[in-house]
Design a protein around this ligand. Structure first.
Ligand code: SF4
Length: 386
């Protein structure tokens, strides 16, 4: 298949569903790691088409959702400074900090700009040598190489008015944390295809072996997801636990060597806090010693920030797959995409936003249904950061 439409073919989807139905004999719980996969599943009603034995649990793979409140508050403080141009992907502008978001900072006079690439921020730094330009570098392994490239370029160009506020996270340690939690029900993973297109699959066989779970590298279109589920169920029914690549059109075992080289040059592995989940060892990246001068946290004095999460928000449980968004009492009432209480209601990859877009009217969206009228999050707030 060559074109994206072919990965939505209803006849092929029916055949994959028939194979899954014919294979499954008992209940299985699979976690799709990435929020992009969650949106595709909910939008196309894939979870409702599966046999009742197969449950999909939504994972923590939404970078906007897991960026810690403390880092959001640091972003707000830096963005409010008069000497700063603060650049971010659009999703981050409405993510609530302790008492405001980046839109409010912008409304109060802060120079906050939406960019589509860290290289756009780099160009701003070149055009405004009298200002400090800070790029909010969040995301998983997918966005980290471009951010590494930006800071590498800044050093090559001798730009000392450019820096990154870094909150990068890594998938394999999150899978480790999920599988090690006493309440974990996950029996297999649909790994995020775009992450593996950068990193390859080398980090997964050990996880699959130690936790005895199949890990199937999966894409984002309906047929990709159904194929990932089919292969996972097939392994589970046979008592297998292997890494399997169901997204070969994008993923090679060795990943993207050029991107990996850039990551190694600029970043080093560090412990990270995940919003709603807590600290996970070795689950993130920070700028390496050689690039520490480009770290906005070092450049600006933002230590000692005190944070406070809204008590009602259960995003941490949503991110760990312990509850569905509709089980939160604020869902669709006090918490909507326009009045979000948690990041999972803001992001284009957040599970709460997915349920609001596709399930809020009836609780049972039709497969492939468009978003309910008037429920769309404005496009500028939806660029995914992976
Ligand atoms: S619906 Fe809103 S308040 Fe509830 S968990 Fe999701 S983001 Fe938090």
């Amino acid at each position: 298949m060559k074109y994206i439409d072919e990965f939505n073919d209803p006849e092929l989807a029916r055949r994959l569903l028939d194979e899954i139905r014919a294979t499954v004999t008992r209940p299985w719980a699979l976690m799709e790691v990435c929020g992009g996969q969650t949106h595709s599943i909910i939008r196309h009603g894939i979870d409702q088409l599966l046999p009742e034995e197969v449950e999909l649990i939504h994972g923590p793979g939404c970078p906007v959702c897991v960026t810690p409140l403390e880092v959001i508050d640091k972003a707000l403080e830096i963005a409010a400074r008069p000497d700063v141009i603060f650049c971010s992907f659009g999703d981050m502008l409405r993510v609530p900090g302790t008492d405001r978001d980046l839109f409010r900072v912008k409304g109060g006079g802060g120079d906050v700009r939406v960019v589509y690439s860290p290289l756009d921020a780099l160009q701003l730094a070149q055009r405004h040598p009298d200002r400090q330009v800070v790029f909010f570098a969040i995301g998983f392994e997918t966005t980290a190489p471009a951010n590494a490239m930006a800071v590498h370029q800044a050093r090559r160009l001798g730009l000392d008015n450019f820096s990154l506020l870094v909150s990068h996270v890594r998938v394999p340690p999150a899978i480790e944390a999920i599988m090690s939690a006493p309440a974990c029900r996950v029996q297999g993973f649909l790994a995020a295809g775009h992450v593996c297109s950068v990193m390859g699959t080398a980090e997964y066989p050990d996880l699959a072996e130690r936790h005895r779970v199949p890990i199937v590298v999966t894409g984002f279109e309906p047929l990709d997801i159904l194929e990932g589920i089919r292969r996972s169920v097939h392994q589970l029914e046979r008592g297998e636990h292997r890494v399997d690549n169901a997204y070969p059109r994008a993923v090679r075992e060795a990943g993207n060597p050029a991107a990996l080289t850039m990551l190694q040059e600029v970043f080093e592995v560090a412990d990270r806090s995940w919003r709603g989940i807590g600290r996970i060892p070795a689950s993130g990246w920070r700028l390496s010693e050689a690039y520490r001068d480009y770290d906005a946290e070092h450049r600006f004095d933002v230590a000692g920030i005190r944070t406070e999460e809204p008590a009602v928000c259960r995003a941490g449980e949503v991110l760990q797959g312990l509850i569905k968004p509709t089980e939160c009492s604020a869902f669709g009432t006090t918490c909507t995409p326009r009045t979000p209480l948690g990041a999972t209601m803001v992001s284009s990859e957040g599970a709460c936003a997915a349920y609001y877009l596709y399930r809020r009217m009836t609780g049972q969206a039709s497969p492939g249904a468009p978003a309910p009228q008037g429920s769309r999050i404005p496009q500028e707030e939806m660029n995914p950061v992976g």
